[in-house]
Design a protein around this ligand. Structure first.
Ligand SMILES: Nc1ncnc2c1ncn2[C@@H]1O[C@H](COP(=O)(O)OP(=O)(O)O)[C@@H](O)[C@H]1O
Ligand SMILES: [Mg+2]
Length: 253
């Protein structure tokens, strides 16, 4: 196997006394398109924050491109969860996208190069025509694209998206996954999502995160799995065929 782009070994993490992740080991290859699924509170966002170096493990190690997360943050794009909560934020689309360039400069020194990078990112998401629009005058799907554009301005190798489709209708979800599939030609992509039915036709692998992490490469369909309610792939089973069914996790999965 090629060197993994991300390697997590025996990771444990707790907030105060509450254990959130337990003995997580995970190896992700370059150009994978991986979905993190699992119940609310299962630890998906926490795992992403650990991979970004925002949080530090209690035990275990994380290597991104062979290095600790703190050294690779500039190679990673991040679209956080709950971007839609504050809808009265009076800032333009262009300003939001330019924020993605701040890590390269001190505030107040937006260069022509920054503007070009921001416009290119908007163009690639078919959002350039909205560049002067206020961010709160966009639909959920359009706003999500703006935040993806912001993450893309640094030309990251890895993109993390935490529930990007939570506020998007079903057509918008399909459009967004199609876009991510396109970005996946050049980038490794992690997406947290509950759209297991839609996801299954786009992603290359799935990790079920619920304190433990169960990684499924090459997810396969088996008939008998239709009968049982597994923890993670429930929606996948419930929405009918065609679909991919995940292997069982073993005793506690
Ligand atoms: N900053 C925090 N302080 C204390 N507990 C937290 C914090 N953030 C999340 N948690 C708790 O950690 C658990 C995992 O949360 P999270 O990673 O956000 O799950 P998910 O993204 O899968 O919904 C939850 O029980 C949540 O309440
Ligand atoms: Mg979350």
């Amino acid at each position: 196997m090629k060197n993994p782009i991300i390697e997590v070994s025996n990771l444990y993490f707790s907030y105060n006394d509450t254990q959130v992740l337990r003995d997580v080991s995970l190896s992700i290859r370059e150009k994978e398109f991986i979905a993190f699924i699992g119940p609310n509170g299962g630890g998906k966002t926490t795992l992403i924050k650990l991979l970004l170096g925002i949080l530090k493990p209690d035990r275990g190690t994380i290597k991104i491109m062979g290095q600790p997360p703190a050294k690779t943050a500039h190679r990673i794009g991040y679209v956080p969860q709950d971007l839609n909560i504050n809808k009265s934020f009076p800032i333009s689309v262009m300003d939001v996208v330019l924020m993605g360039r701040l890590q390269f400069h001190r505030w107040g020194h937006i260069s022509k190069e920054d503007r070009i990078a921001a416009e290119n990112a908007l163009e690639s998401l078919e959002m350039l025509e909205f560049k002067n629009r206020k961010i709160d005058d966009l639909s959920g799907g359009q706003r999500e694209r703006v935040f993806i554009a912001r993450a893309l301005t640094a030309d990251p190798d890895i993109l993390f998206l935490d529930e990007p489709t939570a506020n998007i209708d079903s057509q918008g979800k399909t459009d967004l996954y199609t876009l991510l599939k396109e970005l996946n030609k050049t980038k490794t992509i992690f997406v947290v999502s509950h759209d297991t039915m839609v996801l299954s036709s786009y992603v290359t692998s799935i990790a079920c995160v619920n304190k433990d992490v169960h990684y499924h490469d090459d997810a396969e369909i088996t008939e008998e799995m239709l009968e049982v309610g597994y923890h993670c792939p429930v929606e996948l089973i419930a929405h009918g065929i065609p679909h991919r069914i995940l292997k069982t996790h073993g005793d506690n999965g």
